[in-house]
Design a protein around this ligand. Sequence first.
Ligand code: GLN
Length: 242
Amino acid sequence: MCRHAAWLGSPRPLTSLICEPEHGLLRQSYAPRLQRYGTVNADGFGMGWYDPAHTEPVRYRRAVPVWTDANLPALARVARSRCLLAAVRSATVGMPVEETATAPFTDGRWLLSHNGRVTRDAVRDLADDLPGAAESSCDSAWLAAAVFSRRRSGLPLGEALAEVVAHAGAKAPEARLNLLACDGASLAATVWGDTLFLHHDDRPGGGVLVASEPLDERPGWQAVPERSLLLASSGGVHVQPL
Ligand code: GLN
């Protein structure tokens, strides 16, 4: 399944998630180390970041393997932000390979990625405006629409993710629902069926790094427990059971 990663902390370029670390998303696209489902993540990639001059995040997505985009390394070096999110995709069988099926999905200031799979029947009731609100027929786009409908009703990021995962997980016990989302000032992630790791450096200039699998060999990477919700903001990092 897909691999995703996010950063919240002092400003960094997107390359710090993708090309720079030894096991960044570029490497994870063809040689992931802990992937439980699928072997490569070559069905597309995407990244999102926040520019201080704009309210909404900037997003760049392609439906090609990340290593084939010759323009990406330079773009990822200058796309800097306190809050970053990126993903590489291994499409679930039966799902379309197209840009609109590729994370990050976005609505307002929120960016969202999904690592896993779920039947659309388990998601259908989670938003009144489905399927119309989903950008693609891909399961991840349906989950994103369900999360975003909660954003519009005023739910905070973590609660929106937790509610969607709890409902979809109850309807489809075999579903894998690792979601990763951010809003420019906070991050939230669920662990439901696949791996997720956290690296927290609270020294000045540091921040919180969250990734499906460690991006490098530094000490300090911690596995986030199965069936939990991770919340990170300037107030710190909290992990709670789902
Ligand atoms: N099911 C989603 C898709 O098809 C996510 C796949 C994944 O996690 N590899 O894109």
